[in-house]
Design a protein around this ligand. Structure first.
Ligand code: ZN
Length: 450
């Protein structure tokens, strides 16, 4: 795209103090826009030459919000001097990197009315937004038009639509979705290791008669996984007995994590300490690796504390114990909450573990279904017992400093299929998008039979 090229060269020239022009201003704005877009959790594929057709009720501000670019950048890209002078049908150029990920609901909007306006299947839009087609929306509410990555409709065999994330950031969980046109057991694997995908919904098909099953699941990426290109495979057994499979490349994008040196008291024998850590991990692995429990939650996670205490150690921090003899990464988020503060369930779930452990101290683990578990370590006391069902906001324990802990804090951990990922994005991201109108029990039965 011409604009982008000239903007870049102008910018670098300007660093040498050669000249200042109106191009420079545009370049700075553009760079700002690119930074904003790059910092967003979802990095949309750059499609130069994208345009947007102005619709009834649009303002430059609403379009800028939908595109997630600064208003000034959109105005500059289109050389608009009066932001109020927009005409219905007018074609706007999108700044590089911009893509319509969301639309803003207008007064009286439902998922269905937006779907009609955008020419999208209403149930697909409902699934994307964890809603139902008839749901009334608040004016101003953002409605997602696409998933973390643009859909890649590469059908193979009975698999009609495959939506594989093209990029997943180290330490985060990507989302995989596939649509199949007949009952079959779809399997997914990441570099050869199985992923716990499951049938989520049965939807009526657009063009043809019949139904399709939407399968979905997370692709959790450990903070320790080397950045690079990995292979995600989908497979199923055809009626002929032949295994039909396809692999997709997924890029794991690196992230910069801080490094922390932790000194353990010298009286503890390092080797014994490592053996204890490993034994405890071995004990917990089967607890948080199950994928049989149906999805327990319907909305984004709550903070597991009553208020936002400062983070003392974020997820992913590289840890050196006693001068690098034991290298690992921090598998959760530490909050500096005072001892005795109530720890709350962030979402509905089932207590799978509540007991004292050597390293983690008094611990609680919740199973939220679909292979997603949360853990709470170093508690003063557990307020729940194994097998109990909890709802979002229920107290499950009290903050303490039991186990291998240097002070009172809450360690909050989130694991998917046993892989610890950053729990913080789960406080805001739309979670598994299961429309409440779908009979999930039927799906669960189907899965068990297979
Ligand atoms: Zn911690």
């Amino acid at each position: 795209m011409r604009f982008q090229e000239s903007a870049n060269s102008d910018f670098f020239e300007s660093l040498q103090g050669k000249r200042i022009s109106s191009h420079l201003l545009k370049a700075c704005l553009l760079l700002l826009a690119l930074l904003v877009v790059l910092q967003a959790e979802e990095v949309a594929a750059q499609s130069p030459g994208d345009t947007y057709v102005v619709k009834q009720g649009d303002t430059l501000a609403s379009i800028a919000a939908e595109l997630d670019v600064p208003l000034e950048v959109l105005a500059a890209t289109n050389q608009l001097t009066d932001p109020n002078a927009l005409n219905v049908g007018q074609i706007l150029l999108l700044p590089p990197g911009a893509a319509r990920r969301t639309v803003i609901a207008r007064p009286g909007d439902t998922i269905r009315s937006i779907a009609e306006r955008e020419g999208l299947p209403d149930l697909r839009l409902a699934i994307l937004n964890n809603s139902t087609p008839a749901a009334r929306l608040f004016p101003g509410q953002p409605i997602r038009l696409m998933r973390d990555s643009a859909p890649t409709p590469t059908p193979f065999g009975s698999v009609q639509i495959v939506n594989v994330p093209s990029t997943i950031v180290q330490g985060q969980a990507g989302w995989l979705e596939a649509e199949v046109d007949r009952p079959l057991a779809l399997e997914a694997s990441w570099n050869g290791a199985p992923l716990g995908i499951r049938p989520l919904a049965i939807i009526g098909k657009e063009e043809a008669e019949g139904e399709a099953t939407v399968w979905g699941g997370y692709v959790p990426i450990a903070a320790s996984l080397e950045p690079g290109v990995y292979s995600l495979s989908l497979s199923y057994q055809a009626t002929s007995g032949v295994t039909v499979s396809r692999s997709f490349p997924v890029f794991v994008q690196g992230q910069v994590f801080a490094v922390q040196n932790i000194r353990l008291p010298a009286d503890k024998d390092e080797l014994i300490e490592q053996e204890i850590s490993q034994a405890e991990l071995d004990y917990l692995m089967p607890v948080w690796s199950r994928t049989v429990t149906p999805i327990q939650w319907r909305s984004p996670f709550l903070l597991p504390l009553q208020s936002a205490f400062p983070t003392t150690s974020p997820y992913g921090v590289r840890r050196n114990y006693n001068s690098g003899q034991y290298f690992s990464y921090h598998t959760g988020q530490d909050f500096a909450a005072p001892g005795g503060s109530p720890v709350l369930a962030p979402a509905d779930g089932i207590v799978t573990l509540a007991e004292p452990l050597t390293v983690r101290g008094i611990s609680v683990i919740l199973d939220h279904g679909a292979g997603l578990f949360t853990g709470y370590w170093h508690l003063q006391e557990a307020l729940v017992g194994p097998g109990e069902t909890v709802q979002a906001g229920d107290p499950i324990g009290l903050v303490g400093t039991t186990g291998r802990s240097t002070g009172e804090h809450l360690h909050w951990e989130l694991r998917i299929y046993g892989v610890a990922v950053d729990p913080m994005p789960f406080l805001k991201r739309p979670l598994l998008a299961v429309p409440s109108t779908v009979d999930l029990e039927a799906n669960e039965d189907t899965e068990k039979e297979q």
